[in-house]
Design a protein around this ligand. Structure first.
Ligand code: RUQ
Ligand code: CUA
Ligand code: CA
Length: 626
């Protein structure tokens, strides 16, 4: 096709799109029924607020929050859906110059021992639940790169805990206990290693193994670990609180690609959480190396687990929102396997065989990776190789498995291109509402203006409220949203300004109190040997201290309390030539520690635009020669 022709087609496409939205606008505005402009306004807001219009006009708010993982970029991003506008970024496993994440003392306390790592690989963001519904309290996310699990407080949208998981490598699958509430964060370690991994058994892969991990959601301590056969990929929990299931693509325990593809079937391993808790309480565990975490043996033959064979190198594992099924996605098999959760008690009683729990295995297309649900009995599965999403009916797929002649495929929609995760609104909760589907496409090829050899990815938005899926938006993104989660805007209520006694900076406050400082009032330098603590306030457009003096070689901690009460009035502190930069939002206290190693005058300035005189919001650190 010539370029002109392509452009023409694109133009037609765009006109068509605009015309359709205009028509919806008019019809929706009630002009046809003779209503006036007021009704039109109202309807436009109503559309933005939920009937599946695609337009969210300037100044209008989205109906859903979406939380996107940033993949190997390390952060979490907050989007509004359906506008797909990026609202915020929450640094987690990365270093962030604007907010000072990884630089400030408060963030480094959260990062703990792992503050030495500058990278991360965030995959699976999940929101805490009470009785199978999002409670809006926390978001948890894994770091495959450095074997961590992080928690974000959704009131302040900051990471408040990060735990490194011992005895294992590469946390990948992560899901939460849904019922009765999120007591545990379940996390799969993907890659088997020697136990203990201290140089023994380097060449003896038979002695490698990996573990399924449960982290206490409140304390963020690892509660227990269960050794498994094979490896662990993705995971999900049920709606009874008893079972969690994980896919294994490497039942072969292969050390090479070819080895991991040898078997026709791998498996889903199911964990009995109640049995595991009882075993820990009865002391039927050991510990490994220096780690105090209870470790249990869940390999084949254990009463804590069951292994259900499924084809071949399965990937995603998704619980249906009615609580009936775990669905494992075949990846190297064109099928997904439907596991009936109500058969699992019998399986654990050895009353039935593992494959008896599989009640359907529909063939969907090439490369099924992840499945999501609309709450109306339909499932949506990404087909990586086919670059499609398959919409299919679960009940019909089960009928077909039982020999009835029924077509369970409802529609296949092209996506652009190579989709990984997909996620329907509220799909992981009892409230799955079947309105929006986000598809995270790994390749964007020709969809956007070229930006060099590295292409953006393409997060596509699909309207699934009707019979047919409709692609309504392309959303270019930077590497690499693995997964996302959507919840209704009314399910969250973030703070507008900080609370002065927020635990996020409680340690800094305690340090100030020990120094006899009242953070809200004092502008003072406290010397303690060669450690100097500089306390100051900020009110736009001025720091409480426009100069302070230290000696060369001093370890300096600057603590700033932003006294501005006005929403949105964030100050910054950037010390030139020292790699020091941080955010101080209204009513926040933030601190940063560095060495004053260069004698002379060193300016600091506010780097968050706060006032007409923002450029003038400066001060000088005077460093006397040692
Ligand atoms: S995985 S593309 Cu890290 Cu969620 Cu499937
Ligand atoms: Cu304070 Cu800019
Ligand atoms: Ca395999």
């Amino acid at each position: 096709m010539s370029d002109d022709k392509k452009r023409e087609l694109k133009d037609i496409g765009r006109r068509h799109f605009l015309r359709n939205s205009a028509v919806t606008g008019i019809a929706g505005a009630g002009l046809a029924s003779g209503l006036g402009a007021g009704a039109m306004m109202q309807s436009r807001q109503a559309r933005a607020a939920g009937e599946n219009g695609i337009e969210v006009a300037p100044g209008e708010l989205d109906e859903y929050y979406g939380f996107w993982s940033g993949g190997h970029q390390g952060e979490v991003r907050v989007l509004g859906v359906p506008s797909m506008r990026e609202l915020m970024r929450i640094p987690v496993f990365n270093v962030d110059s604007a907010s000072g994440w990884g630089i400030t003392n408060e963030s480094r306390r959260v990062l703990g021992d792992s503050a030495r790592f500058l990278n991360g690989d965030a995959h699976h963001p999940h929101i805490s639940m009470t009785d199978g519904r999002y409670d809006g309290k926390y978001l948890f996310i894994n770091d495959k790169a450095n074997t961590r699990v992080a928690r974000i407080r959704l009131d302040i949208m900051k990471t408040d805990k990060i735990t490194t998981i011992p005895n294992v490598q590469a946390i990948h699958g992560l899901r939460l206990q849904k019922v009765p509430h999120t007591k545990y964060v379940f996390a799969n370690a993907e890659l088997p290693i020697p136990q203990i991994n201290d140089g023994r058994d380097l060449e003896a892969p038979d002695n490698y193994y990996t573990m399924f991990n449960a982290i206490d959601a409140e304390s963020m301590e690892v509660a227990w670990q269960v050794i498994v056969d094979g490896n662990l990929d993705n995971t999900d929990a049920d709606y009874t609180g008893r079972f969690v299931a994980s896919t294994c693509y490497n039942s072969e325990k292969g050390m090479t690609l070819a080895d991991t593809m040898r078997a026709e079937r791998d498996w889903v391993v199911v964990f009995d959480v109640e049995a595991i808790e009882a075993a820990v309480a009865a002391g039927q565990h050991e510990t490994l190396g220096d780690s105090p975490v209870p470790v249990l043996d869940g390999r084949k033959g254990s009463k804590l687990t069951r292994y259900i064979p499924v084809p071949k190198n399965p990937h995603g594992l998704n619980t249906s929102p009615d609580g009936q099924y775990f669905i494992a996605n075949g990846k190297l098999s064109p099928t997904v396997s439907i596991i009936a959760i109500d058969k699992l008690p019998e399986l654990f009683d050895d009353a039935i065989a593992p494959r008896d729990t599989v009640v359907g295995e529909p063939e969907l297309g090439l490369g099924p990776l992840h499945t999501t649900y609309d709450g109306r009995g339909n499932a949506y599965t990404t087909l990586f190789i086919d670059s499609q999403v398959a919409k299919w009916n679960i009940a019909d797929a089960i009928r077909a498995y039982n020999g009835e002649e029924v077509n369970y495929i409802r529609q296949k929609l092209d996506v652009h291109y190579q989709p990984g995760h997909n996620h329907a609104s509220l799909t992981e909760s009892r409230d799955a509402d079947g309105k929006w589907l986000v598809v995270l496409s790994k390749f964007s090829k020709d969809r956007f203006l070229p930006v060099g050899p590295l292409h953006p990815e393409n997060d596509q938005l699909i309207d699934i409220s009707g019979e047919q899926m409709k692609l309504v938006h392309d959303g270019p993104t930077y590497a690499e949203p693995h997964d996302c989660i959507l919840l209704r805007a009314d399910q969250l209520s973030p703070s507008r300004v900080w609370t002065r006694d927020d635990p996020f900076f409680a340690e800094t406050r305690a340090m100030a109190e020990a120094d006899g400082i009242t953070l809200e009032r004092d502008n003072k330098v406290v010397r303690d040997g060669n450690k100097v603590r500089v306390y100051m306030t900020s009110i736009a457009p001025q720091y409480g201290l426009t100069e302070f003096k230290v000696k060369q070689g001093d370890e300096v901690t600057v603590v700033i309390t932003n006294l501005d009460q006005v929403e949105d009035l964030t100050h910054g502190f950037c010390l030139v030539n020292h790699g020091v930069s941080m955010e101080i939002s209204p009513q926040q206290t933030a601190s940063v520690t560095f060495t004053a190693d260069k004698p002379g005058v060193h300016w600091y300035y506010c780097n968050w635009f706060c006032h007409a005189m923002h450029m003038e919001m400066t001060g000088r650190m005077l460093v006397e020669k040692a």
